[in-house]
Design a protein around this ligand. Structure first.
Ligand code: ADP
Ligand code: 5GP
Length: 207
């Protein structure tokens, strides 16, 4: 069956014929998106989840590998793909740090009947939801407070002090996007949040 969505210009567009659905996770950095997404993918094979590998112009962090967590591109390579129209959406999430979802990645996975999981910033999350409509469920992961975000980012120890401040400076504005999402998942007690994520997916994918 042909399916349709709405692009950023409000036009109706075909979104392919695949049976897969989209699960979009967004939140300020440090809220626990990756922790919850990795848990779902590792412990719940019955959901048939496939992670959408984004492209980014930031350098790899820690043990990150090209083609696993991200496709790592130079800023120039990223700009060339923007020019070529290869992105479903992209954002300059932090200054000179581009992140984007490649159209070909998503369509291939959906066509294969996989349920595609996105870990994207709040604007990207809203754009993907708008594009795919009822085929997508968007989930905002809400941290208990900005102070707790700071603690988690410091404890995660993957960013230097300046990068942590840059991420926190954006958090207040990002938190204001919560009402634009289909569901808000509070991540205070991690075990409670994981269980809630499982029920949200069961309900959405079981429809
Ligand atoms: P994000 O992907 O949203 O940037 P992460 O999943 O990397 O966030 O989580 C940030 C840090 O907080 C990690 O070190 C993670 O282990 C920790 N964390 C995640 N959820 C919780 C929680 N509920 N309570 C305490 N620490 C948490
Ligand atoms: P990080 O540098 O911590 O991996 O990611 C920083 C932010 O970029 C996070 O909020 C993450 O969700 C977001 N992000 C990752 N990939 C994409 C993408 O393809 N598109 C958009 N819009 N944001 C993304």
């Amino acid at each position: 069956m042909k399916q349709e969505g709405t692009n950023r210009a409000g036009q109706t567009v075909s979104t392919g014929t695949g049976k897969g659905r989209l699960l979009i996770f967004s939140a300020p950095s440090g809220s626990g998106k990756s922790t919850i997404v990795q848990y779902l993918m590792r412990e719940h094979p019955e959901f048939n989840l496939k992670f959408s590998i984004s492209a980014t112009s930031r350098p790899p962090r820690g043990t990150e590998q090209n083609g696993v967590e991200y496709f790592f591109l130079s800023p120039d390579e990223f700009r060339q793909k923007i020019e070529a129209g290869e992105f479903l959406e992209y954002e300059e999430v932090y200054q000179d740090r581009f992140y984007g979802t490649l159209k070909c990645q998503v369509e291939q996975q959906l066509d294969a009947g996989q349920n595609v999981v996105f870990d994207v910033d709040v604007k990207g999350g809203c754009n993907i939801k708008q594009y795919y409509g009822e085929r997508a469920m968007s989930i905002f992961i809400q941290p208990p407070s900005v102070d707790e975000l700071r603690c988690r980012l410091v404890h995660r120890a993957t960013d230097d002090a300046q990068q942590i401040e840059c991420r926190l400076a954006k958090a207040e504005q990002e938190l204001s996007y919560a009402p634009c999402f289909d569901k808000i998942l509070v991540n205070d007690d991690l075990e409670v949040a994981k269980a809630e994520a499982v029920s949200l997916l069961q309900e959405f994918l079981g429809r």
